[in-house]
Design a protein around this ligand. Structure first.
Ligand SMILES: [Ca+2]
Length: 499
């Protein structure tokens, strides 16, 4: 008999004696005695219900760069709430997206698996093609929402879904009790704000979107303060077209991009404040990151490339975890981690089992956030569409597909965004970031398949050192090829299933 059983039995006896005394006790049938005892425990120990279950909130910015927040080096404008979150929580300096753009990055977060396993390797867009309409999360995938929902949590998704816009892909069919948001990027057409299956705003005033999303997030937290909840809050900004409400417009000193980020920052602060106000802060894990690197006007913080490239600037993201009950203030880890870890870590922190009937790539990185533990990953990969592109192992990164060359655009070059404004989605059409405002470095050695970089000495990937370290190239190549085999097998299997 374990210690827990002894103490439970002792407490049981004491409870019965307190309630009835020994003589009265035996006059009750056994079943009634048990019922009385359970009632006692529920009264004496209310914390055993919802309060003990950890709440989880994942806040995802869209296209926010590694260098777009103060605690990751931004000096252009201030992000006090996100900085405070890092000061009170833990920061990972080497956290990655598995893809330099939206949908694949998001599906990896929600399923804990590299995107090639679910097959969602490209962005669904309602204004692209019929084929694009068929892209979306498969019914056979298990999302974070599904697992939390099954465990009795209330689940909500607020913001950009981007895992398919046809009804069968809707968030409410994939683990979320409620949804408010735009089903894809707000530069796609038509931009419609959905509340569950209903269109509630069209055209959408994007300038008020962050405000609207935040109000709903606070309402959801408030409504579920006595129940365990999972909130996936995926902001629309600072994805283009940029917008900020009147409270933030022209206030940041960092252009419209800075205004938009500052409004997201305020939203993060409001969520944390609400948790404190309700006394839920010690019992809620909040994670903040971005789905991929920055677009024009943002900042990679001196890393090479930008959104769409598998240079560090396209895939390395700011990452902060906040859980005052567990994570000590101000912790920083330089150990590599990746988007899918959010899946496994959230479930591990909440004491829930990860699905065992499929391959889960995400690892529990709670030890990185709470101790000096080393990364649980031998290697981390990034993909470009259907193709595996890079592998990082330790301080080394091998590019197996030469990253896209970026077109140099001069500030006075005429530039027209192919995606025209839709209604009032673009509130500041002449203040959008110009494509000459590169967010990352354009310099560095010409690259090809097999280029190797030492990220410890050269995080900006300027010097290809493949020739100096042929043994490292071979080692990483073997790791890459083994993973690539899995990518090819998954693609072949899907091809067979489509026949
Ligand atoms: Ca994005």
């Amino acid at each position: 008999m374990g210690v827990e059983n002894v103490s439970a039995q002792t407490i049981y006896r004491i409870a019965l004696r307190l309630c009835f005394g020994n003589n009265i006790l035996m006059q009750f049938p056994r079943i009634l005695r048990l019922a009385c005892c359970l009632a006692f425990f529920s009264l004496a120990n209310p914390a055993q219900t919802a309060e003990e279950k950890l709440n989880v909130i994942v806040i995802l910015a869209d296209d926010m760069g590694y260098g777009d927040v103060g605690c990751f080096g931004n000096a252009k404008f201030k992000t006090p709430a996100i900085d405070r979150m890092a000061a009170e929580g833990a920061k990972l300096t080497d956290f990655y997206a598995a893809c330099p753009y939206c949908a694949p990055s998001r599906v990896s977060l929600l399923t804990g698996r590299y995107q090639f396993r679910s097959g969602l390797t490209k962005n669904p867009a309602p204004d692209e093609s019929k084929e694009s309409d068929t892209r979306g999360i498969s019914n056979s995938e298990i999302t974070l929402g599904n697992v939390f929902q099954k465990a009795g949590y209330r689940t909500a998704m607020i913001g950009k879904w981007h895992l398919g816009h046809k009804p069968e892909f809707a968030p409410t069919r994939h683990g979320f009790n409620e949804y408010l948001g735009i089903l894809y990027s707000h530069d796609m057409r038509p931009v419609q704000l959905m509340d569950g299956p209903k269109v509630v705003e069209y055209p959408v005033l994007v300038a008020n979107l962050t405000k609207k999303y935040t109000a709903r997030a606070l309402q959801f937290i408030e409504k579920n303060k006595a129940k365990p909840f999972f909130l996936y809050f995926a902001h629309a900004l600072p994805h283009k077209p940029l917008a900020a409400s009147e409270d933030f417009y022209k206030k940041s000193g960092g252009g419209l991009y800075g205004d938009a980020v500052q409004e997201v920052d305020r939203s993060v602060g409001e969520v944390l404040n609400k948790l404190k106000e309700l006394g839920l802060d010690k019992n809620t894990l909040v994670i903040f990151t971005s789905d991929n690197g920055p677009w024009f006007g943002g900042s990679t913080g001196g890393l090479r490339g930008m959104k769409g490239t598998t240079w560090e600037g396209g895939i390395r993201e700011p990452f902060i975890a906040w859980w005052p009950g567990k994570i000590h203030a101000g912790r920083v880890s330089h150990e590599p981690a990746i988007m899918m870890d959010i899946f496994t870590t959230s479930l591990a922190a909440a004491g829930l089992k990860i699905p065992f009937d499929r391959y889960i790539d995400g690892k529990n990185i709670l030890p990185l956030l709470t101790s000096d533990a080393s990364t649980p990953h031998d290697a981390l990969f990034s993909m470009q569409g259907d193709d595996l592109a890079t592998v990082r192992s330790g301080k080394w990164k091998l590019h197996m597909i030469a990253s896209k060359k970026q077109k140099i655009i001069a500030p006075d070059d005429k530039w027209i965004d192919k995606r025209a404004p839709d209604g009032v989605t673009i509130i500041a059409p002449y203040e959008q970031a110009h494509p000459s405002q590169y967010p990352g470095l354009l310099s560095g050695d010409e690259t090809k398949s097999g280029s190797l970089f030492d990220l410890e000495k050269d995080p900006a990937e300027q010097h290809d050192v493949a020739k100096q370290h042929p043994e490292v190239v071979v080692r990483l190549r073997v790791t890459f090829d083994a993973m690539n085999k899995q990518v090819e097998q998954a693609a072949a299997q899907r091809h067979e299933e489509k026949k």
